[in-house]
Write a protein that binds this ligand. Structure first.
Ligand code: HEM
Length: 149
């Protein structure tokens, strides 16, 4: 697949992933906290999850394919020795962190949040962390066109 087409799919997916999380943070989270109503978050998550997970899978797939086209194949990952490889390795580490937060939310926080709002502060921490990581992934991605870092 051409690099340009991969980049377009990557950017559309980034829009959904980061935009969806920013909408949650600025559009729904404040009201959920104010009203101590966890269902506002749970209802949003239920609708967003299929779209969000698809966009994350597409981000990883297109990101890795583009990394290969830049010559950054798996044997070079996490060496932190060339500028583009540094961007790719940093993004992969942030991806791992996102997966850790997602699993923690799924298995530790969400089951309890369904029954009581007591877990709202912990869920807020998870949401803010994943959103910040997403924004960082976007910013780091933009460094590639300037040669990496
Ligand atoms: C939340 C996840 C991610 C977001 C929000 C994201 C976002 C972005 C953005 C906005 C760009 C800038 C493209 C441009 O300057 O035109 C980019 C580029 C890039 N991303 Fe990601 N990305 C994510 C995950 C990944 C992953 C997991 C990889 C795989 C290692 C990856 C690899 C790349 C590469 C190689 C580029 C350079 C493409 C180019 O300019 O030719 N990204 N990304």
């Amino acid at each position: 697949m051409s690099h340009h087409l991969l980049l377009i799919i990557h950017l559309l997916s980034a829009t959904i992933w980061v935009g969806g999380h920013l909408l949650l943070v600025f559009g729904h989270l404040p009201q959920a906290l104010k009203e101590k109503n966890q269902n506002i978050i749970l209802n949003y998550e239920k609708k967003y999850e299929p779209v969000g997970m698809t966009s994350l899978i597409l981000l990883v797939t297109t990101g890795i394919l583009m990394a290969y086209q830049y010559g950054v194949s798996i044997e070079y990952w996490f060496h932190f020795s060339t500028p583009i490889e540094k961007v790719v390795s940093t993004k992969l580490l942030l991806l791992l962190l996102t997966v850790v937060f997602a699993l923690s939310a799924q298995f530790r926080v969400l089951p309890k949040l369904k029954n009581s709002p007591d877990k709202l502060p912990e869920m807020t921490f998870h949401i803010l962390s994943v959103t910040l990581i997403g924004v960082l992934m976007l910013i780091f991605g933009s460094f590639v066109r300037f040669g990496g870092f």
